[in-house]
Design a protein around this ligand. Structure first.
Ligand code: E4P
Length: 217
């Protein structure tokens, strides 16, 4: 399973990259705003800065909600850097734009997926990635992980190549459960990725090893 970090914070991206387990980055307009990155020129520059830190794919989201606007913005985003993946919302014009980009060989990530029907449409339109938001489903008492397993089942039935990018991941158990189900990618915060490191027996075991070494030296 690929690990993407879900942030526009350059320090956190650098930290995850330095850990050696990072495969890409997802961003969205809210994450950009959280870092104080506003205005089209600054946002475009920030995408390039992110691409220069990581080796993998970087999702850059269009703001337009009409087909022509999405195509114009998406083409500009894709031209920024070879690592850019054009992120499109799961609305009718987003599906049309996904098909357009897929026919042109431009990679896409269809976002804001909350149902298997939407997942089917994204795959039919040739999306490279599609992002079901599991945390936001959990927030409304709906099982986000169940959606991932249903999509996995359906995609495997037909050999769809669209990658399931489990998004809105909130904690370590989301990551582990996504791996069990067979999500292709998960995107989450640095805290969830680093949370996988933690085990008290690792800490106490290491402390004991170091203490025993000191006794003999
Ligand atoms: C996905 O690409 C989104 O940026 C993201 O995962 C949304 O997560 P949230 O529900 O934590 O905002």
């Amino acid at each position: 399973m690929k690990f993407f970090i879900d942030t526009a914070n350059l320090d956190q991206i650098k930290e995850a990259q330095a850990l050696g387990v990072l495969d890409g980055v997802t961003t969205n307009p809210s994450l950009m705003a959280k870092e104080g990155i506003t205005g089209s020129d600054n946002i475009l520059k920030h995408y390039v800065d992110i691409c220069n830190i990581v080796d993998g794919d970087v999702s850059a989201e269009v703001i337009a909600t009409d087909f022509a606007g999405m195509v114009k913005e998406g083409e500009a985003l894709a031209a920024l850097h070879p690592q850019i993946v054009v992120k499109l919302p799961m609305i009718a014009d987003g599906v049309k734009a996904c098909k357009y980009f897929s026919d042109k060989g431009i990679r896409t990530n269809v976002t804001l997926i909350f149902s298997v029907g939407q997942a089917l449409l994204a795959a039919k339109a040739g999306a490279t990635y599609m992002s079901p938001f599991i945390g936001r489903l959990d927030d409304i008492s709906t099982d986000g992980l169940h959606l991932i397993s249903e999509i996995r089942h359906i995609y495997d039935n037909y050999g769809f190549e669209t990658q399931i990018l489990a998004a809105s991941v909130r904690h370590t158990m989301h990551i582990i459960d996504c791996a069990k189900i067979g999500a292709d990618v998960m995107t989450g915060p640095l805290s969830a990725i680093k949370g996988l490191l933690k085990h008290p027996l690792t800490d106490s075991g290491l402390a004991q090893f170091l203490a025993d070494y000191q006794k003999g030296n």
